[in-house]
Design a protein. Structure first.
Length: 405
């Protein structure tokens, strides 16, 4: 089995790694326990509103303030509302953690609640059912047909708009999945959502109404079936956690779980995780051709520079530069996922004169980025031949996680 999801505890941290052969595709570092996890749902209290920046600041625990965009508050679910129809300080409402706090930025929350299964997302307030853009048209039609048998109306509070509903979003994982598995996922999410909404009105402020599993478990639901043929850990506690998680949420994947036992060669040594981690934190990444990347994250964006390095292309400069750039494109897509780099990424490829070469490069880069399970978009190439990429920001980068734990 060449594709494995590895979990190990080392020096007080938990490392999870998705391996494809001998190379890491994803590498994460988490604390053994985190109180405020992405996806958790709380009854928060609006502390103050800053209309000039279009934001409300919501307290979800004593002293823990989060950022909430006012544009996000089209159909908030209040558990305690003041006299004004508009949001105001003191209002209590349901919010969900959407993004971790990063450096100087507060954690972000949203009122658009969602619950995630392996194959389906239940999203509150959405206008219509949808399916991942990565799925072919006929598969989207098959999946969307399943919604006809599912009631899409959630439980609403007295005085709340009746149009407060939930919709289904089929994840890329749903492609090719059996109808039985999809319906089971939908039924479990629906039951969880309706229970949550029924209990919310009776709970006090700062209550956690829904708690997501630890990040290293939650990532199991985001693995494509083709990406992990085996789930492997050498830690007894982690083995029990993963076993219980899969038995409850993904029983079809339970057979993939195995316990690694070798007292002479720990899991992290067997798969060179320490070396993989060291390489994922380096600024310079060498390419097989002899070229290299320089990856430099800054406060505002990440800059990636492509260099010819030791490459000797002879007289065919255009062909040589295209070869390095194509190799760099594939490696850049891998590095973004491996290091969990997000936000704005600007890539300075080696300049090429021919338009056909640039089109080929952008097409290959776009195809590589589309394989990333995190929403990643190739924006364009600027007049200065800089390629702009955006990648959804939810968790801190690998470097930030390793440095902060």
């Amino acid at each position: 089995m060449d594709k494995k999801y590895l979990l190990t505890a080392w020096k007080g941290k938990i490392y999870s790694c998705l391996m494809d052969g001998t190379r890491a595709v994803e590498l994460h570092c988490d604390p053994p326990a985190a109180e405020y996890v992405i996806g958790n749902i709380y009854i928060g209290r609006i502390k103050n509103i800053a209309k000039n920046i279009g934001a409300a600041f919501v307290e979800i625990a004593p002293g823990l303030v989060c950022h909430l965009a006012l544009d996000d508050m089209k159909r908030p679910v209040y558990t305690k509302k003041g006299s004004s129809a508009q949001p105001q300080s003191g209002d209590e409402l349901l919010v969900q953690i959407a993004r971790e706090g990063m450096k100087t930025k507060l954690p972000s929350v949203t009122t658009r609640l969602s619950l995630q299964g392996k194959y389906v997302l239940l999203t509150a307030g959405a206008r219509k059912h949808a399916a991942s853009s990565k799925l072919p048209r006929d598969e989207k039609e098959r999946l969307l047909a399943l919604t006809a048998g599912m009631d899409a109306h959630g439980d609403t509070q007295e005085g709340e708009p009746k149009e407060l509903t939930y919709r289904w979003l089929f994840r890329t994982n749903a492609g090719g999945a059996e109808e039985e598995l999809l319906c089971r996922d939908m039924q479990e999410l629906r039951s969880c959502y309706e229970t949550l909404m029924a209990h919310a009105r009776y709970r006090s402020c700062f209550s956690c109404l829904y708690e997501e599993p630890a990040a290293y478990l939650r990532r199991l639901s985001s693995l494509y079936d083709s990406e992990a043929e085996q789930i492997l850990t050498d830690d007894e506690r982690l083995y029990r956690e993963v076993h219980d998680y899969l038995a409850k949420r993904q029983p079809e994947d339970l057979a993939k779980l195995a316990f690694y036992q070798d007292s002479l060669l720990p899991l992290r040594k067997r798969y060179s995780l320490e070396t993989q981690l060291e390489e994922a934190l380096r600024e310079r990444v060498w390419l097989k051709s002899g070229g290299y990347l320089v990856i430099q994250p800054t406060e505002a964006l990440t800059v990636i520079d492509v260099n010819t390095g030791k490459f000797e292309g002879g007289k065919q400069r255009e062909a040589a530069f295209l070869k390095i750039n194509r190799e760099a494109a594939a490696e850049i897509a891998r590095q973004l996922r491996l290091r969990n780099l997000s936000g704005i990424i600007v890539v300075d490829f080696i300049n090429m004169e021919e338009e056909e070469s640039r089109k080929l490069l952008l097409a290959e880069l776009d195809a590589a980025l589309r394989r990333d399970p995190v929403h990643t978009v190739l924006v364009d190439m600027t007049k200065l031949s800089l390629v702009e990429i955006t990648r959804q920001k939810r968790e801190r980068s690998l470097a930030e996680c390793v440095g902060s734990i």
